[in-house]
Ligand binder design. Sequence first.
Ligand SMILES: [Zn+2]
Length: 353
Amino acid sequence: MLSVVKLPPVFSVHQVPKAFQEDSIISGYRHPRSSATDCILSLFQLTNETLNVWTHFLPTWYFLYTLLSVVFMQYVWTDAYTWPLLIFLFSCCMYPLASSCAHTFSTMSTRSRHICYFFDYGALSLYSLGSALAYSEYVMPDTWVNSTFHIYYVPVAVFNSVISTAMACYSRLGFPPHYNTDTENRFAECKRPRFGKVLRILAFSYPYLFDNIPLFYRIFLCVGEGCTANEANSLHVYHIFLAFLTGFLFATHLPERLAPGRFDLIGHSHQLFHVCGVIATHFQMQAIQMDMAVRRPWLRVHAPEITFRGTHGATMLSIVISLGIICFFSYPLFYSPVRGKATRKRSSAAKKN
Ligand SMILES: [Zn+2]
């Protein structure tokens, strides 16, 4: 006999713990101690997270298709010129994948929520490094190739990616030895949410701004010879515009801040932030691939040699250190003698409602 699948119930903002509450979102919350099955089932009902998941899960497949088409159509193993593109495309697949997993499973517990988003932040940092590697090899204006800035550009980007992960993780709960010690709010977000939000915006905007210095110079400031004015420039401009719009939506929580409750399920800022970010990445990919194709003969003669250490090595280093940082911030969430106490207490209250 066919049994009907029962979809999990949804809650209002007052029925979920503080760590799960979103600014100006009043309804559509999932249970704060959902099972993994309920988390997956909730993707097929309309909650305030459903479109957050799908707006990153579907683009993951598009970006993966782009990555695989490069892997299968170019001599990626022997042609070092393609390595920065490969790493960039890999990072473009990882950040929406990590984000959609985080949005799916973040309501299993307060602890899982924090850890899910720690990984999300790590993937975003990797994406900033992937962008820097591609910019260093294909986007840097002619006049800056082999300059002192160019020489230190990737090492600084690796450093930035690590600092970005650490800052973003710190923005949630503070420094691990200083996590809240009272049982009720043990894993609540940091006591100063506005400070945490500003820190998180800074954690992602400053690597982005650093990565884009050569592009901003090339597009907006450079005049005369050596400015690399080619057909990729307009694509770069679309990307820059959408990237700033993405940051604006993340920072302002518009439109829901103007009408709390009206955009709970469809149209709130986080969904728009995802969509703009993905479209920005799409234009960024196209611009990078166009620069890569058009500038190859010139770069082959003038640019420094692309090495395994400077591309895959730098990426591995960044990933290993970022994972270490995530473990550092996550580990104390497991060994607390009162772990989960506050969450269970709150969730039983939510069940009663
Ligand atoms: Zn998100």
